[in-house]
Design a protein around this ligand. Structure first.
Ligand code: ATP
Ligand code: MG
Length: 354
């Protein structure tokens, strides 16, 4: 067949941006779903307080960071503000029994896991078509902080940042490259890839680096550190909105196209470490390259994404050689689909998420 002339890039991008917004909007959780989840949190908090009166149950992960999709799971963290609290193992066992007695949830206690948790789930029913899945962990204060950091990034430029992140979350789930247990990357890892790209790859940047903006008043080490990790970042979004305006005017579609391009051909996977805190780092400088004493270092550090606060921790350590190969293959596939610029942008979206 005769080749049709490709539609101009600006026209394709305008069309694709609109499609992305429309696509993402219908995937946001409904007000009803959010209300049900908040009721669940309150109910569980009330029950936990019958055992530990000084406890609070807080949301983290996507339900609290602005990147939640319809029917995403609930990540909850229990904080106990008293000195003589029960060991996590005992607490997990007691809470498991209590929830089993007092609620309709299916319960699974994992008291001996690396991070002890209680898992709760509710089967789907009318009015709750996907059920509920919820994990309760304990004293995970760093997760609360990184959730707050991501939330601030989501709020700085919601139209572009949230749209990109939400789309990529759907895309990586549909393409089956979002299972740390099977050697691919967690949602948290993908969000860090997007923030890194917008902050350190795009020039001019779409996002400021909140961890590098100096505080407005002197603050002590006690205020900035948590379990030995510096968790300080500029979190006054109102001030930031007045003072910081990105001079990058690219559309969400242009950013998406470049995101896939960057991670399919430009990022130096063999030597580079993605750090939203400090920009591009080397595996060597972090001791994440081939360390002869740690035979598994190479296997654990195929893909390196530094946690924003726990900087010795590679968020992508679960990604295997095959997993990375698959992920990179998917970035290339996505790049190819977008470069072909089908006449109607929604066709590109449908192909991407096939
Ligand atoms: P989803 O909607 O797919 O559940 P999510 O935003 O909740 O996505 P998760 O990957 O479930 O993302 O992570 C939830 C939270 O758990 C993160 O905000 C982070 O605090 C913590 N977390 C998850 N994975 C890691 C990891 N590999 N390293 C460190 N913290 C992690
Ligand atoms: Mg989650």
């Amino acid at each position: 067949p005769p080749q049709r002339p490709q539609i101009p890039k600006h026209q394709f991008c305008a069309d694709l941006s609109q499609c992305l917004f429309d696509f993402v909007v219908q995937l946001l959780p409904t007000a009803e779903e959010l209300a049900i989840k908040e009721d669940v949190r309150k109910l569980l908090e009330r029950l936990i307080r019958t055992i530990e009166p000084d406890s609070r149950l807080l949301s983290f992960g996507s339900t609290a960071n602005g990147f939640s999709l319809r029917n995403s799971d609930m990540d909850l963290c229990c904080l106990i503000d008293s000195e003589d609290r029960l060991p996590a193992t005992d607490l997990v066992n007691m809470l498991g029994d209590l929830f089993a007695r007092e609620t309709k949830f299916h319960i699974k206690s994992l008291p001996h896991a690396r991070i002890p948790i209680v898992k709760l789930s509710l089967d789907p029913k009318p009015g709750l078509p996907f059920g509920i899945a919820c994990d309760i962990g304990f004293e995970n204060r760093l997760a609360l902080e990184n959730t707050r950091l991501l939330m601030c990034y989501a709020m700085i430029d919601p139209a572009r940042v949230r749209t990109l992140v939400l789309f990529l979350k759907v895309w990586c789930k549909r393409r089956k490259i979002n299972s740390p247990y099977k050697g691919t990357l967690s949602s948290y890892g993908y969000v860090l890839l997007v923030i890194y790209f917008l902050m350190h790859v795009k020039n001019p940047p779409v996002l400021p680096n909140l961890q590098q903006i100096p505080p407005m008043r002197p603050i002590s080490q006690e205020e900035t550190h948590l379990n030995g990790h510096n968790v300080w970042f500029f979190d006054d979004i109102n001030v930031l909105r007045q003072r910081w305006q990105s001079s990058n005017t690219e559309s969400v579609a242009e950013l998406l196209i470049d995101f896939f391009k960057f991670y399919s051909r430009d990022f130096t996977y063999n030597t580079g470490v993605i750090s939203i805190r400090a920009g591009l780092l080397s595996k060597e400088s972090k001791g994440w390259d081939n360390d002869p004493d740690k035979g598994t270092a190479r296997e654990r550090n195929r893909l390196c994404i530094e946690d924003p606060f726990e900087i010795d921790f590679n968020v992508a350590r679960c990604v295997t050689r095959d997993g990375l190969y698959t992920i990179r293959g998917e970035f290339m596939r996505a790049s190819r689909i977008l470069a072909a610029r089908p006449e109607r942008a929604f066709i590109a979206l449908a192909q991407l998420c096939e």
